[in-house]
Design a binder for this molecule. Structure first.
Ligand SMILES: Nc1ncnc2c1ncn2[C@@H]1O[C@H](COP(=O)(O)OP(=O)(O)OP(=O)(O)O)[C@@H](O)[C@H]1O
Ligand SMILES: [Mg+2]
Length: 247
């Protein structure tokens, strides 16, 4: 369980995020929603230990900084030009997730290959990462995050650049790996409709926590407009399911 209390994250004098109290339960899929600049990435970076903060974060009852000394958190950063022209193969990218285990080279490679299989990317193992499409790269990065064998997986807008079918497959995959690996998954997304269908819990952030009705599975229009502004509503759309090939 992750417990956040009196959290404040600043960039110089600008307080980008302030959270009084928040509990993130184990074994669930938590979605973080909120407008551009709302502080989602800021929160995620504080959680994975990349940004200093004031206040208290506890994981499994242990102070967050102490927790991170012994444990890792699987992390997929918000997409950027992460690889530029760096010559590295798909398998090597996933191997990076294994470095903390200090295992023999062949074990590391075999494990990395197994995690590529989870995302059906094993046939690309020896390709250069730059030769892959954006969506394929995201899958490889997911494999790397999972390869860390962390109990907590945090994904910052992993769906950017994925086509609807890939998004649908992605949600199915998230559900499967959450159950198979008993993970707590925290994921930011702008996709109000899709994500409320799949997430167990929604965390709304716009520089602070925006309360919403937890008993309703889907955000209401009022809640969405509180979060994104009055001119935004919800357009119902349904997910394509991967079992069907009617895309
Ligand atoms: N490195 C930085 N230095 C200074 N200010 C920053 C920095 N990174 C983010 N900010 C500011 O902090 C605020 C929150 O940014 P953040 O990236 O957390 O938003 P976000 O919710 O992830 O947005 P998006 O949906 O666009 O990814 C913004 O006002 C942003 O300008
Ligand atoms: Mg962001």
């Amino acid at each position: 369980m992750i417990k956040v209390n009196s959290l404040s994250v600043r960039y110089d004098n600008f307080e980008a995020l302030s959270i009084l109290s928040l509990t993130i339960e184990d074994g669930k899929f938590h979605a973080i929603m909120g407008p551009n600049g709302g502080g989602k990435t800021t929160f995620i970076k504080a959680l994975v230990g990349l940004l200093p903060y004031e206040g208290r974060i506890e994981i499994d009852g242990i102070d967050h900084k102490r927790y991170l000394k012994k444990n890792s958190i699987g992390y997929l950063a918000q997409r950027g030009s992460q690889f530029s022209q760096f010559p590295i193969t798909v398998l090597e990218v996933v191997e990076m997730g294994r470095y903390r285990f200090k295992e023999p080279d062949h074990t590391r490679k075999n494990k990395a290959f197994e995690f590529l299989k989870v995302f059906e990317m094993e046939n690309f193992a020896s390709k250069n990462i730059n030769e892959l499409s954006g969506g394929q790269q995201q899958r490889v990065l997911m494999a790397r995050a999972l390869a860390t064998e962390s109990k907590i997986l945090i994904l910052d807008e992993p769906l950017t650049g994925m086509d609807p079918k890939a998004q649908s497959l992605f949600y199915d995959m998230i559900k499967r790996i959450k159950d198979d690996f008993k993970l707590t998954i925290i994921m930011s997304s702008h996709d109000v409709g899709f994500i409320s269908e799949y997430a167990d819990n929604i965390i709304c952030i716009n520089r602070e926590l925006i309360p919403h009705d937890k008993s309703a599975k889907v955000l209401t229009c009022t809640e969405v407009s509180k979060l994104y502004g009055p001119k935004i509503g919800i357009v119902e759309h349904h997910h394509l399911h991967s079992e069907k090939d009617d895309v």
